[in-house]
Design a protein around this ligand. Structure first.
Ligand SMILES: NC(=O)C1=CN([C@@H]2O[C@H](COP(=O)(O)OP(=O)(O)OC[C@H]3O[C@@H](n4cnc5c(N)ncnc54)[C@H](O)[C@@H]3O)[C@@H](O)[C@H]2O)[C@@H](O)CC1
Ligand SMILES: Nc1ncnc2c1ncn2[C@@H]1O[C@H](COP(=O)(O)OP(=O)(O)OP(=O)(O)O)[C@@H](O)[C@H]1O
Ligand SMILES: [Mg+2]
Length: 322
């Protein structure tokens, strides 16, 4: 039976104050894009729901634009889910290319993403990405370019599989947020700390993991979510639901991406004193948990990810009315 890391009242973040401190105003002086431009790198032959859940959640929370960079197979499917998303069919999986074409196609993929990179306020790497070696190699190059452009990155899903096997991609990058679930956290601890998850000293282990990777922030998902940048740690236990349908982590990744971009905007204006990356993680987690709770109240055991997405707007309105 997997042990459960518990949080004391001292660790609990003040999510309501954080929402109030980083939520941007809705002024008519703003122009399209200022509320955030998010890009999800994910979506392959096998998975098309996850990148959609992540990207549409970012829009529903309040980002102005949401892009998806996915494989050619996944693109028409994700496009069919919603005209609101800007879907770029540029990634490739090994089965669809010849060995002799790999380097030219890889260069083409990177060039396609580089055209857009500077415009993004946050990337989400991994929802529904799959584990194709050629695809993951291209995504590694995309991540390296994002670092050069100082673009914050949320690493989730198969992006964590990639990063766990190549920690240098995020090591020393303070704008990287890893959002492991139970399995993904266990694999990170094994790889980085060469030990098993130990929830007797869960906070210390989380701090050590973030320090061990170097400079990143980790949002450990579970009954409570725990956030640490290696220096401090906090918990988000508010709201939440007992329903564990697939896709909730994908919503979280999109939610964290929007709040990260808002927190960094506030930090750039000198309006926040805490690490904006931690603020974005706490807000992203608390809103997902509030929406999950609201959806569960309504749909109980039949709650699906789509129901939770439909509660994001109302949840944020209840927390911070406009
Ligand atoms: N509707 C959808 O399209 C959804 C797609 N999802 C995507 O599905 C993909 C997998 O997500 P999961 O939450 O299932 O991932 P998990 O890592 O929890 O499990 C995936 C499977 O791969 C195995 N696995 C993972 N990493 C491994 C490793 N390093 N060594 C050996 N075995 C390993 C696990 O044991 C499990 O069998 C992700 O890209 C995720 O975003 C999920 O988010 C759920 C919803
Ligand atoms: N046992 C739990 N009780 C309450 N809330 C939980 C529990 N486990 C996870 N959560 C909430 O659900 C969110 C998603 O966590 P989960 O472990 O489902 O991610 P995931 O496995 O990556 O999801 P996905 O299916 O999208 O990949 C977490 O951020 C957390 O707030
Ligand atoms: Mg997941």
């Amino acid at each position: 039976m997997q042990s459960v890391m518990t949080s004391g009242p001292s660790l609990e973040a003040d999510s309501i104050s954080i929402f109030r401190s980083i939520l941007p105003g809705l002024e008519s002086s703003k122009h399209k894009g200022q509320a955030g431009k998010i890009a999800v790198v994910g979506g392959c032959r096998e998975y098309t729901g996850a990148p959609y859940f992540s990207a549409i959640s970012a829009l529903k929370i309040g980002a102005d634009l949401s892009h998806v960079f996915c494989t050619k197979d996944a693109a028409p499917v994700i496009k069919s889910y919603s005209p609101e998303l800007i879907v770029h069919p540029i990634l490739e999986e090994s089965y669809s290319i010849r060995d002799e074409d790999k380097s030219s196609i890889s260069a083409k993929v990177i060039a396609e993403v580089e055209k857009w990179m500077e415009r993004f306020d946050c990337l989400v790497v991994g929802p529904g990405l799959g584990r194709d070696p050629f695809l993951l190699d291209c995504v590694s190059n995309i991540m390296k370019h994002a670092r050069e452009c100082n673009v914050p990155m949320v690493i989730d899903g198969d992006g964590l599989y990639l990063v766990t096997n190549c920690l240098d991609l995020v090591s020393g990058y303070p704008l990287a947020v890893l959002t492991p679930n139970l399995n993904e956290y266990k694999r990170l601890v094994q790889k980085v700390l060469n030990s098993e998850v130990n929830d007797e000293n869960g906070t210390d282990q989380l701090l050590s993991l973030a320090k061990g990777i170097g400079g990143v922030t980790i949002l450990r998902k579970g009954k409570s979510d725990f956030v640490s940048d290696g220096k401090t740690a906090c918990a988000v236990s508010v709201y939440g639901s007992p329903r564990r349908c697939g896709g909730q982590g994908d919503i979280l990744s999109g939610s964290v991406a929007v709040f990260l971009s808002w927190a960094h905007q506030c930090a750039d204006k000198g309006e926040v004193s805490m690490n904006p990356t931690i603020l974005g993680c706490v807000a992203g987690s608390a809103l997902l948990r509030k929406a999950a709770s609201m959806a569960f109240d309504n749909k109980k055991r039949s709650t699906l990810t789509g129901d939770i997405i439909e509660c994001l707007g109302r949840s944020l309105q209840e927390i911070c009315p406009v």
